[in-house]
Design a protein around this ligand. Structure first.
Ligand code: HEM
Length: 570
């Protein structure tokens, strides 16, 4: 980053929030009379700060961080500190120095409670975060003080770049939002608690258990539509905290998960692990009665009706992250580790235990088996080498299958149910992804059977396989997936009185798309066919319902009418 490139973020994210904060504290008056010694305009030449821009930024970041630790300062100080820490980090090239500097900043603000503070009409100020992941589940660099974009307009998402101040972002709730109200839906063994006002419409419950969580039906929850353990699992994956459950009138203790902020793709920040959430005044952010504090979803598009919480508006306003490359890995297309883990948890947590054939085979699997298999799939589908790094790689996987004498019957059931789990987990259902996914499942499961037979001797040291789209069926391989069919240039119309002919004047009026859409009835590029249907075509052209995407202009219809009147010459 050059000094010029840093100027804009410095202005928007450092100078503005700091000056607003100082104004708030009455700090505009610095105690100096204009022109007095020590004032800005005392007429003396100010000595330039020594050191490179990077070193100067670093000292500023340290000063701001010390200031940030003082109690009672406006949130602008945090916002500016976050920007300075980020800039100082960017300007430090050497990895070792970077790590040492981050450690020093962390030390300065170590006494601050980890939390997310919602700045009024501003970003989420994240203090001492332990883990922030992208939508693929990969950790992003965390600094001790961070400001995450809340208005949806930042050019350096997930970080705030000060855009909220330029765009006039408002953090107010919409008075027309679905009101927060927790309803109880009593079943035989379990009561499902549901607050529609908190729902972020991530679809995890409706995908996973559509017989209980019924999109478009009233009431939305039908506890008798599923087994108790399935309902519990579905409720526990609800990212917004809208869902809860009680058994015999008792709600369970909150889940204990690692504190994480997940930046979901095209959607909200999903927070787990009970990170405290406070408002601009430092008090706990008001929540609906009974809402989860262990997990919640925070608006990232800036348009939620229930700010700061997500209300699912990102779908309606078409909030999107930058598109994937034309040839993403299967891992990226699937949705990364979070999506693959969702699938394996459903597979090993629901389908396998309920299946009389598979349940005994997996009765002694380790509790983290779903995570392990997800890590394998993540690596196989082109993601990070998680299985190799964490779980022993190829050799371990081979050893797990060795000697189990897996049968074709087991294999077929395994393959059938994992595809069902992929549906439930909301993995992409496009033909290209599913072709690649199923081909791997078929291939991998058959290899597993082979390697599990008595006396099998699979090669001992192999890398984890890498799977790719099949037969070049990548997402970009279909014309329709790349771009709409290019508009064909409009044909030149003949002059008035110019003798008309089918080949020269009529056929060019019909586009390739028109021809294709009529091909089941007749050929619009054939003189014989068009002559035979000329009157009917003319009626529809005049009515404007052919072609179906947009009617022809009148002068074009007139040319066709004249050609018909002239006896449809060739
Ligand atoms: C694409 C196909 C498959 C993949 C990717 C796969 C993946 C894995 C992995 C990674 C492990 C080791 C987990 C660990 O690190 O502990 C494992 C274990 C195991 N797999 Fe597979 N597997 C496949 C097919 C099958 C099939 C078809 C069956 C039988 C129906 C099967 C049965 C087992 C069993 C019984 C274990 C040991 C579970 C335990 O008791 O801990 N696998 N599999």
């Amino acid at each position: 980053m050059t000094a010029e490139e840093s100027a804009e973020p410095l202005g928007d994210s450092v100078v503005r929030p700091l000056s607003e904060a100082l104004a708030h504290l009455g700090g505009e008056d610095d105690g100096h009379e204009p022109g007095a010694p020590g004032g800005e305009d005392d007429g003396r030449e100010t000595e330039p700060e020594p050191g490179t821009p990077g070193e100067r930024l670093w000292r500023l970041a340290v000063d701001a961080t010390r200031l940030r630790t003082l109690p009672g300062l406006p949130t602008g100080v945090q916002e500016a500190t976050a920007a300075l820490q980020h800039l100082a980090w960017l300007f430090t090239d050497d990895t070792g120095t970077r790590a040492a500097r981050v450690a020093e900043l962390r030390e300065i603000q170590a006494a601050l409670t980890p939390q997310i503070q919602v700045a009024a009409d501003g970003p989420y100020l994240v203090t001492n975060p332990s883990r922030i992941t992208d939508w693929l589940g990969e950790p992003i660099t965390v600094l001790p003080q961070m400001a995450l974009c809340r208005c949806g307009a930042s050019a350096m998402k997930p970080l705030c770049d000060g855009s909220h101040a330029r765009t006039g972002f408002s953090g107010d709730k919409d008075p027309l939002r679905v009101p927060g109200h927790r309803e109880s839906h009593e079943g035989v063994q379990i009561t499902v608690l549901d607050d529609r006002g908190l729902c972020a419409h991530s679809g995890f419950c409706t995908d996973r258990l559509p017989t209980v969580f019924r999109q478009g039906s009233e009431p939305f929850v039908a506890p008798s539509g599923g087994r108790m353990d399935d309902i519990v699992r579905a409720v526990r994956t609800c990212p917004s905290g809208a869902l809860g459950y009680a058994i015999d009138g008792q709600e369970p203790a909150p889940q204990r998960r690692e504190t994480t902020v997940e930046i979901s793709r095209d959607g909200p920040y999903r927070v787990t692990g009970g990170i405290p959430l406070t408002g601009d005044d430092g008090r706990p952010e008001p929540r609906d009665a009974g809402a989860s504090t262990e997990h919640y979803s925070l608006c990232r598009c800036g348009r939620s009706r229930n700010k700061p919480f997500c209300s699912g508006m990102h779908h309606d306003v078409g909030f999107t992250d930058p598109p994937l490359s034309e040839n993403p890995t299967l891992y990226e297309w699937a949705g990364g580790l979070p999506a693959l883990t969702r699938m394996t948890q459903i597979f090993y947590g629901t389908y396998v235990p309920q299946d009389p054939l598979l349940a005994p085979l997996f009765s002694r699997m380790s509790p983290d088996h779903p995570e392990r298999v997800a890590a394998w799939l993540c690596e196989t589908f082109g993601g990070p080498r998680l299985y190799t790094e964490r779980y022993g790689g190829y050799e371990h996987m081979i050893a797990e299958h060795a000697g189990k004498a897996l049968t074709e019957e087991w294999r077929a059931r395994w393959a059938q149910l994992i595809v069902r789990a992929a549906d439930d987990a909301g993995l992409p259902s496009d033909p290209e992804f599913r072709a690649a996914f199923v081909s791997y499942v078929e291939w991998g499961s058959r290899i597993a059977v082979e390697n599990s037979q008595p006396g099998a001797a699979p090669p001992p040291h192999m890398p984890v396989p890498r799977w790719w789209w099949v037969c070049s069926a990548t997402p970009g391989s279909r014309v329709s997936a790349l771009a709409p069919v290019a508009e064909e240039p409009a044909a030149d119309l003949p002059g008035t009185g110019e003798p008309l002919g089918f080949a020269a004047h009529i056929r060019p009026l019909f586009r390739e798309t028109d021809r294709r859409s009529m091909s089941s009835a007749f050929d619009l590029w054939s003189h014989t066919d068009v002559t035979r249907h000329a009157e009917a075509i003319l009626v529809r052209l005049r009515r404007g319902d052919m072609p179906c995407d947009a009617p022809w202009p009148a002068d074009r219809v007139d040319v066709f009418a004249r050609w018909v009147a002239e006896g449809t010459p060739e």
